[in-house]
Design a protein around this ligand. Structure first.
Ligand code: SF4
Ligand code: SF4
Length: 108
């Protein structure tokens, strides 16, 4: 069973019909020194769904040849989708970036 949204987290954004390039053009990223999301690739090796790979709107999860997952937090939308769809306890540790870091949405 999937988890609920991270505490205080936003509802998932409906990305269907929006191209990857269009998504990325809506934001800038202020990359923090601290990874606000970490992925335990050892836990991922037992995962049969790899749901995060297709669910992440920023394409930040990539399967590795040894069965693990390569993850990069730097262009994260902070949507919480990966945390909600992952069924494996301990695979994803999810927090928000530190103040002033993270995604910046364009307005207008
Ligand atoms: S993060 Fe979760 S859904 Fe993604 S591969 Fe690891 S265990 Fe599977
Ligand atoms: S919170 Fe970040 S890493 Fe997780 S699905 Fe959203 S964009 Fe991808």
């Amino acid at each position: 069973m999937s988890r609920s949204a991270p505490p205080g987290g936003p509802a998932p954004t409906p990305w269907r019909g929006v191209s990857f390039e269009e998504r990325m053009a809506t934001v800038d990223f202020r990359t923090g020194a601290r990874a606000h999301i970490t992925v335990d690739s050892d836990v991922c090796r037992s995962c049969t769904t790899r749901t995060c790979v297709t669910a992440c709107p920023a394409n930040l999860f990539a399967p590795t040849a040894d069965g693990g997952i390569l993850f990069n937090y730097e262009e994260c939308f902070e949507c919480g989708t990966c945390y909600m769809v992952c069924d494996n306890e301990g695979a994803i540790t999810w927090t928000y970036p530190d103040g002033g870091d993270g995604v910046v949405f364009h307005h207008g």
